[in-house]
Design a protein around this ligand. Structure first.
Ligand code: NAP
Length: 297
């Protein structure tokens, strides 16, 4: 069977390696990026670069967007020379950015009104997962459209789950961010408690990570907190965008998320101290300031 022609919009930290994996899997690929120079490495690898999302849409069976936030996806889809301006009937638009579930539902209505389909398919796994083709992908939309696009997802991810209708992929991604963030706070508190009690925090991590308290955050972020390595894997500024989306979605359904709101405020403290571009493990600096720990810097 002939491979679907893919159009990809948004060649950032995540988009670039995802494109390389689509090319590696043999998909014909057309790309657009707002900052044109960023298309070069993907074009050199075999993709065709075009001048607008609309032009990409006109040449594609499946169009993937991987841009920053809700207004950016709205602009790329509905703006001047946007995807809607070039969309051919029967095309599937897959948004893999992390954005608002409500905005996703609204976009799906616009896209379906043109005789096309939409899936929301946000990801987890960061740039390392994107490079390895090992992303976790959470997909919302119609089951039969999901089945049709499965080979495209398999080129970029390992754990691929259809979770429900339009917007529900985004809802599950926000659940992912709740789990990640609240666990991050627990890791910070355990490290501080160990240190001030005279236990080597590295030993504490070693002793606990194999038991019921084990987590990705403890194993991966804990040692970086202890080593004062705040280089970004996932940046605080981007995490704050996601926490804001989760808190806003929770407000709409009248659901208190007290622990998440606290982490959001502690990260705000990091941002106020010019740490927004550091990795999310720098959350511990906010707690160190609260605890009067002079080692914070
Ligand atoms: P990034 O490196 O900042 O790239 C963002 C991309 O979106 C760039 O190509 C940018 O174009 C484009 N863009 C932004 N606003 C646009 C607009 N209004 N019109 C056209 N293009 C626009 O971000 P990223 O890390 O790849 O993240 C992309 C998405 O994946 C985000 O929703 C993020 O939350 C999610 N995500 C990221 C990670 C991660 O670890 N980085 C993990 C999971 C999920 P320019 O090049 O012109 O700026």
């Amino acid at each position: 069977m002939q491979k679907q022609r893919i159009g990809f919009i948004g060649l950032g930290i995540m988009g670039q390696p995802m494109c390389l994996n689509l090319l590696k899997a043999g998909f014909p690929l057309t790309v657009y990026n707002r900052t044109a120079e960023r298309m070069k490495s993907i074009v050199d690898a075999g993709a065709r670069g075009l001048g607008s999302p609309g032009q990409v849409a006109a040449q594609s069976d499946v169009i993937i967007t991987m841009v920053t936030d809700s207004p950016d996806v709205v602009q790329v889809v509905t703006g001047e020379n946007g995807i809607l301006s070039g969309l051919q009937p029967g095309t599937v638009v897959i948004d893999m950015s992390t954005i608002s579930p409500t905005v996703t539902q609204q976009l799906s209505e616009h896209i379906e009104a043109q005789g096309c389909e939409m899936l929301d398919a946000p990801v987890s796994g960061g740039d390392t997962g994107a490079r390895a083709g090992a992303l976790a992908i959470m997909v919302g939309g119609k089951a039969e459209v999901y089945e049709r696009c499965l080979p495209v997802f398999q080129a970029m991810g390992k754990s691929i789950t259809h979770v429900g209708g339009h917007g529900m992929g985004q809802t599950v991604k926000l659940c992912n961010q709740i789990l990640v963030s609240v666990t991050n706070l627990a890791v910070c508190e355990a490290i501080q408690f160990a240190s001030r009690s005279g236990v080597d925090p590295e030993v504490m991590i070693k002793a606990t990570q194999g038991g019921a308290a084990g987590s990705w955050q403890l194993t991966n972020l804990g040692p970086r907190m202890v080593a004062r390595d705040f280089a970004p894997g996932f940046m605080i500024d981007l995490q704050q965008k996601d926490l804001k989306l989760a808190l806003e979605a929770a407000r709409q359904i009248k659901l208190p998320l007290p622990a998440l709101a606290l982490v959001h405020q502690l990260f705000a403290g990091c941002q106020a101290n010019d740490e927004g571009r550091e990795g999310t493990q720098a959350l511990i600096k906010s707690l160190m300031r609260l605890a009067g720990d002079s080692a914070v810097r």
